[in-house]
Design a protein around this ligand. Structure first.
Ligand code: ZN
Length: 318
């Protein structure tokens, strides 16, 4: 049987100041902080997870805030934009919201027939809002500043720059279940599992571009959905047989992960749909407390002392 991923699971990016990050995503963008944890590989750093009310796979944008890191350098081997889905007609609301709150945005564009508003977060991360009427699972966040009718439905796609298209295309189509849907302005759009919103990746070949570098305002990795651990391990072996170098399966507590660099150098992850963010917190209270995986719990005191205080923005507060 051919292996396939099932769309975007989450995207993780690098931010600057964590309070500015929280104010923007839980305030301006109206997302729910569904988990406040630490970077399991650098425990003096937060790991902040923003999503819909339930942390539905595909809705979750997470950040490592590293205020002392310099800005990233755009280039090949990086995810260069994270477009979010919003309902048809929502861009009017969002332009007014951005005007009122002083967020800069670019001109509206049409991409693959979809009305798109590109903008950046306070630390330079390129984002976009894309109007779509594709059906997707979504749980509105009732305490959001943004009315449910305009809330973000999750990641619509991810946009990668590559030095060479072919090796990445082969991995996507031969090993990960994607098919080419269309080409426009140099962007190659691939879809998986029917290719609707949240099941898309777009790749642009930039042969002259130098290699990008991680820093504040850049995407760290893109995670793709595997339904369960068994499917993830089947995907892992297919990726290994393609000559790539996947990590062993790592238990991230809320899901299980395998990391690998695709042939062009972009860091990918496979992540299981479960167990989910309510494994260690009541669904009603997600994100209120600093949550540590069980193996870090004995060090809670030192970990908390090493983290800056964070205040929930009024409008997005629990
Ligand atoms: Zn991840």
């Amino acid at each position: 049987m051919k292996t396939t991923v099932h769309g975007i699971h989450h995207v993780t990016a690098i931010a600057g100041n964590p309070q500015e990050n929280l104010d923007f995503y839980a305030g301006v963008m109206g997302m729910r902080l569904v988990k406040k944890s630490v970077n399991q590989d650098a425990i003096d750093t937060y790991h902040l997870f923003y999503a819909d009310a339930a942390g539905t796979p595909g809705s979750d944008l997470t950040f490592f805030p590293w205020p002392n890191m310099g800005p990233g350098r755009p280039g090949v081997a990086l995810t260069m934009e994270v477009p979010f889905a919003v309902p048809l007609g929502s861009l009017k609301y969002w332009q007014k919201q951005f005007d009122d709150l002083g967020v800069n945005y670019a001109k509206i564009e049409t991409r693959f027939g979809e009305t798109t508003l590109p903008f950046r977060d306070p630390h330079g991360l390129p984002l976009a809002l894309v109007e779509t009427d594709d059906e997707r699972p979504f749980v509105p966040w009732q305490k959001s500043l943004v009315p449910p009718g305009h809330q973000l439905r999750g990641m619509h796609s991810v946009r990668l720059w590559e030095r060479h298209l072919a090796p990445t295309e082969t991995l996507l189509t031969d090993r990960m279940g994607f098919t080419l849907i269309g080409v426009e302005n140099g962007w190659h759009r691939y879809g998986v599992d029917g290719g609707g919103s949240g099941k898309l990746v777009e790749v642009k070949e930039m042969p002259e571009e130098s290699r990008g570098r991680w820093g504040t305002g850049s995407v760290h990795h893109v995670a793709w959905r595997a339904h369960d651990s068994e499917e993830e391990m089947a995907l892992r072996s297919v990726i290994e047989s393609a000559g790539l170098n996947p990590t062993p399966q790592i238990d991230r507590f809320w899901f299980k992960s395998v990391y690998f660099r695709e042939p062009g150098g972009v860091l990918f992850e496979l992540a299981t749909d479960g167990p989910g963010f309510d494994r260690d917190e009541d669904m009603e209270r997600l994100g209120e407390q600093l949550i540590l995986p069980p193996w870090l719990e004995p060090h809670r005191k030192e970990i908390e002392a090493g983290l800056p205080f964070l205040k929930m923005p009024g409008a997005g507060s629990n």
